[in-house]
Design a protein around this ligand. Sequence first.
Ligand code: SF4
Length: 289
Amino acid sequence: MSFFKENLKSFIKFCDRTFFNYQLSQIRAKWFPPVSKLNGPTSKNIQLNYEECAKLPLVLKSKPVLIYAEISTKCNLQCRMCGRAHYKIPHAEQGFMNKETFEKLSKLFTHNAQLALFGRGETLLHPDFVHFLKIACNAGLRVGFNTNGLALTKTIAKAMVKYAQTHITFSCSAGSPEMYKKIHCTDAWDKLWRNIDLLNAMKLEYDVTRNNLDIMHIPPAVYLEFVAQLANISELPALVRKAFEHNINGIVVVDVVAHSKEMEKERMNLPETIPIAQKYYEEALGIQA
Ligand code: SF4
């Protein structure tokens, strides 16, 4: 089994605090060097930031080591489990972060800080996404975000590789087109996988480092996120098989956040659903390439 297949296998994780007691941040930590491995001004900034955060002075001298920037509150989907669908954000309140705001924010960027470029909207819809990515990556930030991936274009994919974006996580809570439609409310299953393949093709074509012959080592690392629900948990193994075919670095499995009474029954950490989750989780872990 190649490195990446091993890697994928060990990377399927359930990220629910109360169930598997495994949090997303712990998984991410595997992909970002710990402070002790960082050199120079960066590690001094991180060290200072940790010290200051412990004391909480009114004004911090350090710069942030983790920044969340929600550049889009618009989305091109309406997934059944999304808070957007339940809380119905008025159209007038949706929009894009303007260029000036992001450029002001960039004054806080420091080498090796993390930039999570998403919130509850679709990042790739932003018309200035490539410009923002260039600013952040040129400042040495480790950039990553979740996306439904449907607005990915060749230009965007090329920029992700050229500027060495650290990672990207495609939302895919299904292992078949039918379930994808049920969960994400769209017929775009084929498009999603075409776009993932497009990014992989760009990785091979435009890898600026030229150090990595193995696609799994060329940034951005590509992940999938599976939001586990009673309706879709049986398709986790099928998604793992699909991931093997498309050079995916890892799958993050999270329990659904129930925004409604109806979705409450779909959670996978209820006494009656835990055995079902365990069954499919074990099956997924046992899949060989
Ligand atoms: S793609 Fe993400 S933000 Fe958009 S509706 Fe689906 S879960 Fe919500």
